[in-house]
Design a protein around this ligand. Structure first.
Ligand code: ADP
Length: 617
């Protein structure tokens, strides 16, 4: 393959870059476990470069000693040496490949697992701001780019330097004048080669860009909602046009890259051929005048062909190395991102939780981007946490163990934000939240999440069987446990009626649950997990009467014996709650029972009368 076809993705970033000491140090840290293999790899390169200069010397000995002396035995011995050298070179080539594959694949594995682990531990704020596609590309492309710094780039650089040094040394040892002669043509060749390399790099970068755009377009159009949009707005023709424009760009730069690459190779071959002609032409004169032997001439000609290739490869090595290091930097950028919500030193488990929640003078504003996300991964329309805007201010609320609290208030008043603080999806800006008297920040996050279950408005299900989706909550649940939970959540009959029952696959290419069914499945999942605290964001959309009563029954089951915080949209949930908390503009403005609040004729009564509170009554 052409050495440049694998090149450069991030050429813009490379242009002004230099190798940072810190990056190098960390790359070395990642390479540490492989130092023995890297040693073997580099050793194999070195030895094979030495072995490769044996054959030209054998040829010289055959021509200069064996033939003139008519020594047949010596010819056989020399031939044997050449065969051994060839075998050794072949074996060393395999050792090299083994080494680079071991190190390369190993590094890809290490970096991927480290990234996956890191991303999983990022706060939820990170995911609300991040472009998933770019993040995935870090785990796919950048990881591969980064490992190539260690394997292909380092390997190429070392092997070319070694080949060059050994070959030139051998040539000088043979005949220094001819060596100088064969090297004077080099600058005339290297300078244009560098230009071609740069040009190829720009083309490759442009191609990557267009490819990424094509991918995005496909991803966004090839799903049900995207396809629907295209159809309903009759934009099919424009979509094809935009797509074909990008595809044409890829095609044209592909042709251009192929041509540049070929011209480069042809020129390389030409210089090699001309170099050989020069060596033979001028060398032959020296042979005639008796200055050198015919054997020396043949050996030199064989060696000279080994000089040009490494030199051109090395002339582009710096750019290649910088390019791979940009990938490393992009990987490190993710690995170094702040994980704000983690167990503090000395955090302890919450044992036997009872589910009492104290929200104590809590003020909250969404953290600014710099604290939670990575600028280069930000989605274009990411929500901007306004640093001067408190989403919640001075909220104090105690929820007793087993109590059901309905939170109501106009859209945007801060209900979901308040609900997100209880399982510590965000940390409070000031004040504190305590679970059974323990500050959330003192508890292990795992034990908080074991104690608190959340059912969101549009619960997520994985593209797997219903059973494994449910088991996600409790991997050791038996089938009977699962059936019991689904009966409790009033979804068992629906599942049992499916041809594949609990083995039915959920999602785009499987069974599509309706909104009400999804929420009941999520409730079943929660029942399996059996937390002491339940946080529920009730669906705002209308459910038909049957779903409505099923969801209600499922909820009653879920709330029984649990502390429940419900962002309520349905009158029945609100009136059944032990307490209604009315939130407006990030503050609690009223709390009490439905009738008391109606009688008081305050914010709650106003909202009820305006009809803004309920999704369905
Ligand atoms: P509700 O649930 O009552 O509709 P929210 O808690 O969702 O209200 O939102 C309260 C306020 O916080 C709104 O002004 C909203 O724009 C803002 N907000 C919500 N989520 C984020 C976020 N991830 N980053 C920044 N601001 C947000």
């Amino acid at each position: 393959m052409h050495p440049h076809s694998l090149l450069p993705r991030h050429s813009d970033a490379v242009a002004g870059a230099s190798l940072e000491r810190e990056t190098l140090r960390r790359v070395w840290q990642f390479a540490q476990p492989y130092r023995t293999t890297i040693g073997i790899f580099l050793g194999a390169i070195l030895v094979s470069a030495l072995v490769a200069i044996v054959p030209p010397f054998v040829f010289r000995a055959i021509l200069d000693s064996a033939i003139p002396d008519g020594d047949r035995a010596l010819v056989w011995w020399l031939a044997l040496v050449a065969v051994i050298a060839a075998l050794a070179e072949a074996a060393l080539a395999i050792v090299q490949r083994w080494g680079s594959a071991r190190v390369g694949e190993g590094l890809i594995y290490d970096l991927r697992v480290a990234l996956f682990n890191k991303v999983q531990r990022m706060p939820i704020a990170f995911f609300t701001r991040t472009q998933t596609g770019s993040l995935i590309s870090r785990l796919n492309n950048d990881v591969i780019g980064a490992q190539s710094a260690v394997t292909s780039t380092l390997g190429t650089a070392v092997s070319n330097v070694v080949i060059l040094l050994t070959t030139v040394t051998a040539m000088i040892a043979l005949e220094w004048r001819l060596t100088l002669l064969s090297l004077v043509v080099l600058p005339a060749f290297i300078i244009p080669a560098r230009r071609v390399g740069k040009r190829l790099q720009t083309i490759a970068a442009k191609q990557m860009d267009l490819n990424a755009q094509m991918n995005t377009q496909m991803q966004e159009r090839f799903n049900v909602s995207g396809a629907l949009l295209v159809k309903l707005f009759g934009r099919h023709r424009d979509e094809v046009e935009a797509f074909s424009g990008r595809a044409a760009g890829v095609r044209d730069s592909g042709v251009l890259a192929a041509m540049y690459g070929r011209v480069f190779f042809v020129a390389l071959g030409l210089v090699g051929a001309l170099g050989a002609v020069a060596v033979y032409g001028i060398g032959a004169q020296l042979v005639v005048s008796g200055d050198i032997t015919a054997g020396t001439l043949v050996a030199l000609a064989a060696l000279v062909s080994r000089v040009y290739m490494p030199l051109t490869a090395l002339s582009n090595a710096r750019v290649e190395l910088l390019t791979s290091f940009v990938s490393f930097d992009r990987v490190f950028e993710v690995l170094d991102a702040p994980t704000s919500i983690v167990d503090r030193a000395g955090a302890y488990d919450l044992v036997q939780p009872r589910g009492r929640i104290d929200i104590d003078h809590v003020t909250f504003r969404y953290p600014p981007a710099a604290e939670v996300s990575i600028a280069s991964l930000e989605a274009p329309g990411a929500p901007t946490g306004d640093p001067d805007h408190d989403v919640l201010s001075d909220i104090t609320l105690t929820i007793e163990s087993g109590e059901t609290v309905a939170i109501v208030g106009p859209s945007g008043s801060g209900k979901s934000t308040l609900a997100a603080l209880i399982p510590r999806l965000y940390d409070v800006t000031s004040g504190s939240i305590r679970l059974d008297g323990n500050d959330l920040r003192d508890l292990t996050i795992d034990s908080i999440h074991a104690a608190i279950g959340v059912v969101s408005q549009d619960p997520h299900l994985f593209h797997e069987s219903i059973e494994s989706n449910l088991r996600y909550a409790r991997p050791d649940a038996t089938h009977d446990d699962i059936v019991a939970a689904c009966q409790g959540a009033r979804i068992h009959d629906t599942i049992a009626a499916l041809p594949d029952g609990y083995r039915t696959v959920v999602g785009e290419r499987g069974y599509r649950f309706s909104g009400g069914e999804k929420q009941r499945l999520a409730i079943a999942r929660l029942l399996l997990k059996n937390p002491v605290v339940m946080i529920l964001d009730e669906a705002t959309s209308h459910l038909d009467n049957e779903s409505e009563s099923l969801v209600q029954a499922a909820l009653d089951e879920a709330m029984r014996g649990r502390t429940s915080v419900v962002i309520a949209h349905r009158l029945s949930t609100i009136t059944n709650a032990d307490r209604i908390v009315v939130v407006e503009n990030g503050q609690i403005v009223e709390q009490g029972k439905h009738h008391d609040l109606m009688a008081r004729d305050g914010a709650y009564a106003r909202q009820v009368r305006a009809g803004g509170l309920f999704a369905s009554t």
